[in-house]
Structures are given as C-alpha cells and as structure tokens.
Design a binder for this molecule. Structure first.
Ligand code: TZP
Ligand code: MG
Length: 211
C-alpha cells in the first residue's frame, strides 16, 4: 500500500464546508489515499460518510481506508481499515474483511513497527511527528529521527503522521517515510486543493531524488 499523500477526514476543520467538497478538492490536489476518521460519529453517520467517500475515491481511482471500524469498512466496500494498538488483531480484521484488503496499524516506536511487520500489516502509521491539536492523547513525539530508526528495522511502507505541514514533509520523506498523512494541513486549509498539491509535489520530488 504505497501511498504518497494520505489525507484523513476531520469535520472539525471544515469551516462550514461539506465533506464531499473538501475531499474532492484534496483528490484534485493529489491525495492518493483517503481515511475516514471521525471519532464522534455514530455508526449511521460513518456509514453515510463512507458511502460518499467510496463514490469519490472510486471515481478518482484512489484508496479508501476506514479508521477503527471493520464493520463500516465491509459495509461500504472500502479498500481496508486502519487499526490502533488496542484494536482487533490484524489477522482477525483480515478474516472479517476477506482477501485482498489493506490493513494498516498505528505504531509509535521500533518495537511496535517490527511487531506490525511480523503480524502482517500492509503498512504502518508512525507518529506523532510533532505535537498536534487534532489528537490530544498522542504518544511521545517520534519525529523524523524516529522515522530514520524505524526505516532501518522494517521494510513495510511507513506513513508518517501527526502535526505534519509542508515545512516538515521533505525531511520526513528523506528520513525514509513513504508517505505523509495529514488532517489539518489539508482539510483545514483555506485552499484545500492547493494545500494537497503542495504536499504531494514535495513527496514526489523527495521520493524521486531518493538514492
Ligand atoms: N494519529 C496520530 S497524530 C493524528 C492521528 C490521527 C492526527 C493528525 O492530524 P494533524 O492535523 O495532521 O496533526
Ligand atoms: Mg484507532
């Protein structure tokens, strides 16, 4: 699951804009994976948003991942789920979702990253890169130095997350992340499309110049 610009939803940042317009703009700007993550939505609300995102992502030929909720992922035929350390084990998620689905796992250090690879994750989230207002109960900051260390121990795609802006992206990719995952830097931007494009161009440039 080799994404480059992984954009998560976050309705608190929309400033009155509609989910469909915010995500359509992110897709135009070059997001190549969308994650539905809304911690305070009911099952019904997640289902509705999931169907909408499935339509948009399918039209764009982009992956759709659902945070936490394997049932919602199945119901909307998402490409996969993103799990946390306390969620159902990867193998159980695979049994429920069926073959060919993506399972990502949040990790915060080398030990968790190595365990995720052994358990058969398709990619790891790694963070936080910086403190962030979007998730207040984060683990200690891992930072770009943490990416460098984890990169030495796992072959899995690394999706860096947490407080990432355009100013941090080049360094994070140079340290070995495949992708950056963002909420506020894209869905909270005044110009969502331009913000996504800027991040995507940085990732493309840094990955292209990798030795
Ligand atoms: N997991 C670790 S940090 C984070 C998540 C979901 C939030 C990222 O949001 P932002 O606005 O890009 O800092
Ligand atoms: Mg979770």
């Amino acid at each position: 699951m080799d994404s480059r610009l992984y954009v998560l939803t976050g309705h608190a940042y929309y400033k009155g804009r509609q989910l469909k317009d915010v995500i359509a703009a992110a897709l135009r700007g070059g997001a190549d994976c969308i994650q539905l993550r809304e911690k305070d939505y009911s099952g019904r609300e997640l289902l509705e948003a999931g169907h909408l995102l499935r339509r948009l992502t399918r039209e764009a030929g982009v992956k759709l991942i659902i945070n936490d909720r394997i049932d919602v992922a199945r119901a909307v035929d998402a490409d996969g789920v993103h799990l946390g350390q306390g969620d159902l084990p990867i193998q159980v998620a695979r049994e429920i979702l069926g073959a060919g689905k993506i399972v990502g796992l949040s990790t915060h250090n080398v030990e968790e990253a190595v365990a995720a690879e052994r358990a058969g994750a398709d990619y790891i989230g790694l963070g936080p890169m910086k403190p962030t207002q979007t998730k207040l109960d984060t683990e200690p900051v891992v930072g770009p130095a943490g990416v460098l260390e984890v990169r030495r121990h796992v072959r899995l795609p690394i999706v860096a997350i947490g407080g990432i802006t355009a100013a941090d992206t080049a360094e994070i990719i140079r340290c070995g992340a495949n992708s950056v995952a963002v909420v506020s830097a894209v869905v909270g931007a005044d110009d969502v499309e331009a913000a996504a494009r800027e991040l995507r161009e940085i990732v493309d440039r840094e990955r292209g110049s990798r030795v």
